[in-house]
Design a protein around this ligand. Structure first.
Ligand code: THU
Length: 126
């Protein structure tokens, strides 16, 4: 699967975002080495702090469904320039998919790629 196809998956699931508070919809799609895709969107809550980001939703789904090695993660939102994963999502990405290509996109078609390790150097570890 190409980066463009993975971004398209993320774009599709973004439409399912539950974002009544921020109105900011995010979609993410995780690709594993077997070619399977696990998608997720942000899910907000009236108790704002328990909101789940799209990237973490997709990664949790991948784990629960028995994904093999994660090779790429696409994320998309309606931002000026490619959307950037938040700090919490970077911590999740780097632990579950340190070498994965993180494909950051926006609705205008702008794309940037970095590894999870590049996005979060000097990360927390136990
Ligand atoms: N959000 C994500 O889904 N991913 C990120 O990396 C940053 C933020 C969501 C959370 C919230 O629903 C909305 O975007 C605004 O912060």
């Amino acid at each position: 699967m190409t980066d463009a196809e993975l971004v398209l998956e993320a774009r599709r699931v973004r439409d399912r975002a539950h974002a009544p508070y921020s109105r900011f919809q995010v979609g993410a799609a995780v690709l594993d080495a077997s070619g399977r895709v696990y998608s997720g969107c942000n899910v907000e809550n009236a108790s704002y702090g328990v909101t789940i980001c799209a990237e973490r939703a997709a990664l949790c789904r991948a784990v629960a469904e028995g994904a093999s090695e994660i090779v790429a993660v696409a994320v998309i939102a309606d931002t000026a320039g490619p959307v950037r994963p938040c700090g919490a999502c970077r911590q999740f990405l780097v632990e579950l998919a340190p070498k994965a290509r993180v494909v950051m996109a926006n609705l205008a078609g702008e794309v940037d790629v970095a590894t999870a390790e590049e996005l979060l150097p000097k990360r927390f570890r136990m």
